[in-house]
Design a protein around this ligand. Structure first.
Ligand SMILES: Nc1ncnc2c1ncn2[C@@H]1O[C@H](COP(=O)(O)OP(=O)(O)OP(=O)(O)O)[C@@H](O)[C@H]1O
Length: 708
């Protein structure tokens, strides 16, 4: 089976091995299930390949399966119709809803795949590093979020479950997932949708059963904004009740001083307890402070679109040459394997050493990339603190007016979940920028030992143009602009993927030529050819080539001893990725980031064109509640499983009983939360571990009310 392009690196931990036939699951004769992404409250999400797309190896998508039970087709007509409507909505900030269908007892939704993970992952990454996103970064995400939400609210589609886990990153663009899905899954009756399972983003009016409207989505955006700045929930508490109480009655939290006062003021407006006083998305977009930021961001997006376009052209123009070279490489590989059967141990050793060197070069590049990201982050922090001091100095001074104001995005911002260098990494620097570190390709002296990575400061361009040539970094390779086509003049030191592939192909040509020489004139001829560095392709002086040269002294001259030596070193791995793998990125330079940036820039312009603040509150119409009861059951079942997993079956049973009796035992006395928490200490060390059990109990109560 051909390997698809753009497979996220983290999804390829184990070496490629062919799947057994029975292991392969294909849904609807179309979606090949590749990996489980995770399970949420509603169902399970899988990474799939859609085989009905124009690329031979399919397009990556996400398939979500939600158990809805055995429903008669006429019961689901309304919901299916609603789902079809959602698939017609397009916005760069919304996860594209591709398809939906019923399969067996599942309602399936197929959406766009976002390789950067969700904002919850992003927050944890920042937490791990003990740092927070730069204000410009938060602003950029916040504006993208507002644009997406405004687009949907204008079309009377509410989200109903906005949370960090539902906001994804793709090529540095924020994408809101599951827009409109809650309504299909849960219906719109207040009781059914009051408690989504996660209390942190729920608005006071929803908790008070006063109905859900567009302002409730806005409240959730406020909670997300706070979370991005502070890396914790806006309303926190040890128990579910404590959180709910804070939402309904508590003080509005404010941002740390490190964030602009204007942003804090905006947050305060968003987190107004009274939904009527809360701004709409359009209202927020026309706020002067935000409008000024949009102006700067729009320029940045337009620039990115142009850069991506240019790089795409390069990629397309050169794809053919790369394809050709890779085919050659494949052929040479085959030939080499064949010829190896007849090689002397020393020759075999030579080839394996060459492979080993290539492998090591790749490993170093991965390490260098990680270091690069770390450097980026540090630089960003420096810029960030400079930015902050400039804010302190100018306070009410003018906002950034050009893309340079936005260039201080953080390292983490430029780094997606799957470690695929994203667009800002790839394209922020111009092509004319000199290479800062040519020595990414090792010289014979440097290999081994490995150079200390700490002293390594590759430029953007290094990673732009030197993707690691393994399947694992296909995403990177695909986006890399291929610098120029293959030339006939053999291998040379080049800082581009093309250059690297070129060298590989040329190295292969050299090997071929050596093999030919050997069969023509014996071993001596082969050695003299390699010693002098000449080859059929005419390459003579490449440091890369030097690196690949073998220290012949290592190999015993005696053929039997050499054979033993060779056997002992059998663990040298083959370095070549298959031509199929390599071709899948080389032959198709397609990348939709360009469209996203362009479209975002257009939406930003539209936002700037909004003149009057529009503070309309939108409610959505009722929709058939076909899936509602089954989905509620599924949700409860899933949450119960999560509880058992978190606490262990036995502890869960005891905690569940205790909480149920205390909260809903019929005794109408007011519950003292502190006493309740202390009571939990009988079963668990940390009472807040039982939060999830409280959530389950609430879901169950809601379901009962819904049924009544
Ligand atoms: N479009 C997507 N692109 C990439 N990853 C996704 C996508 N949709 C979901 N995931 C990932 O799949 C996993 C399960 O997602 P799912 O939406 O089913 O649950 P959830 O968001 O965790 O919870 P809930 O069901 O309450 O929304 C999560 O880790 C999520 O990040």
């Amino acid at each position: 089976m051909p390997l698809p392009k753009e497979m996220p690196r983290s999804l390829q931990k184990s070496p490629k091995k062919p799947k057994d036939k029975e292991e392969i699951r294909v849904v609807l004769n179309r979606y090949v299930v590749e990996k489980k992404l995770g399970s949420g409250n509603f169902g399970t999400a899988y990474l799939v390949r859609d085989m009905k797309t124009k690329t031979a190896d399919g397009e990556w998508k996400v398939l979500k399966e939600i158990s809805v039970g055995d429903l008669a087709p006429d019961e689901t007509v309304g919901a299916m119709h609603e789902a079809k409507l959602l698939s017609k909505l397009e916005h760069p900030g919304i996860v594209k809803f591709h398809d939906s269908f019923l399969e067996k007892e599942n309602f399936c939704i197929v959406t766009e795949f976002c390789e950067g993970g969700d904002l919850d992952n992003v927050s944890s990454e920042y937490r791990k590093r003990n740092t927070t996103p730069a204000p410009e970064q938060v602003m950029e995400w916040f504006i993208q979020l507002l644009l997406a939400v405004q687009h949907m609210h204008e079309r009377k589609v509410l989200h109903r479950d906005l949370k960090a886990k539902n906001i994804f990153m793709k090529n540095n663009v924020i994408k809101v997932g599951d827009f409109g899905i809650s309504r299909i899954l849960m219906g719109t009756s207040d009781m059914a949708t009051t408690f989504t399972g996660t209390p942190y983003y729920m608005s006071p009016e929803v908790l008070k059963h006063e109905g859900y409207n567009s302002k409730s989505d806005i409240w959730s955006i406020g909670c997300i904004l706070y979370e991005l700045c502070c890396l914790k929930h806006a309303f926190e508490g040890q128990s579910l009740m404590a959180v709910m109480y804070k939402i309904v009655e508590g003080k509005t939290p404010s941002l740390p001083d490190t964030y602009p006062k204007e942003l804090n003021d905006i947050l305060a407006r968003i987190l107004m307890k009274d939904p009527a006083k809360r701004p709409s998305a359009a209202d927020l977009l026309t706020t002067p402070y935000i409008a000024k930021q949009i102006e700067a961001l729009k320029i940045k997006m337009s620039d990115m679109k142009i850069t991506v376009s240019v790089n795409k052209m390069h990629a397309q123009a050169e794809a053919q040459d790369i394809k050709q070279a890779l085919l050659e490489k494949q052929k040479l590989g085959d030939m080499r394997r064949e010829q190896e059967m007849h090689l002397t141990p020393r020759e075999r050793m030579r080839i394996r050493k060459q492979q080993k060197a290539e492998e090591e070069a790749r490993r170093l590049k991965v390490a260098a990339f990680v270091q690069y990201n770390e450097n980026q982050r540090r630089q960003s922090e420096t810029r960030h603190s400079q930015f902050r001091s400039s804010i302190d100095v100018t306070k009410a001074g003018p906002p950034p007016t050009s893309q340079t104001a936005w260039s201080s995005v953080s390292g983490i911002h430029q780094h997606n979940l799957y470690n695929i260098p994203n667009l800002s990494v790839l394209h922020e620097h111009t092509r004319e920028q000199p290479l800062q570190n040519e020595s990414l390709y090792l010289t014979a002296d440097e290999h081994p030992p490995v150079r200390p990575i700490t002293s390594f400061e590759p430029s953007h361009r290094d990673f732009d143009e030197q993707p690691i040539p393994t399947l694992a970094n296909k995403g990177n390779k695909e986006k890399a602009p291929y610098q120029r086509s293959f030339s006939d003049d053999g291998p040379r030191l080049r800082s581009s993927s093309t250059g690297q592939l070129e060298e590989k192909a040329a190295a292969g040509r050299n090997a071929k030529s050596k093999l030919r020489s050997r069969s023509d004139s014996g071993d001596d001829k082969l050695r003299s050819s390699s010693d002098s560095g000449t080859s059929s392709s005419g390459a003579t002086d490449s440091p890369r080539r030097d690196m690949l040269e073998i220290a012949d002294d290592d190999i015993p001259e005696d053929p039997r001893m050499a054979e033993t030596f060779y056997t002992l070193h059998e663990d040298f791995e083959s370095s070549g990725s298959s031509v199929e793998e390599d071709l899948s990125y080389g032959s198709d330079g397609e990348f939709d980031g360009e469209d996203d940036f362009g479209a975002l820039a257009n939406y930003m312009q539209s936002a700037l064109d909004l003149t009057a603040a529009d503070n309309t509150t939108v409610s959505d119409d009722t929709v058939s509640d076909a899936f509602g009861p089954a989905v509620r059951d599924t949700k409860i079942r899933n949450m119960r499983t999560q509880c058992e997993k978190a606490l262990g079956k036995d502890t869960f049973r005891k905690v569940y009983r205790y909480l149920k009796d205390t909260r809903f035992g019929g005794n109408n006395e007011t519950i003292d939360e502190v006493d309740l928490m202390n009571g939990l200490r009988k079963y668990v060390t940390n009472p807040s571990d039982c939060f999830i059990v409280d959530q389950l109990l609430f879901l169950e109560e809601q379901a009962k009310i819904g049924q009544a």
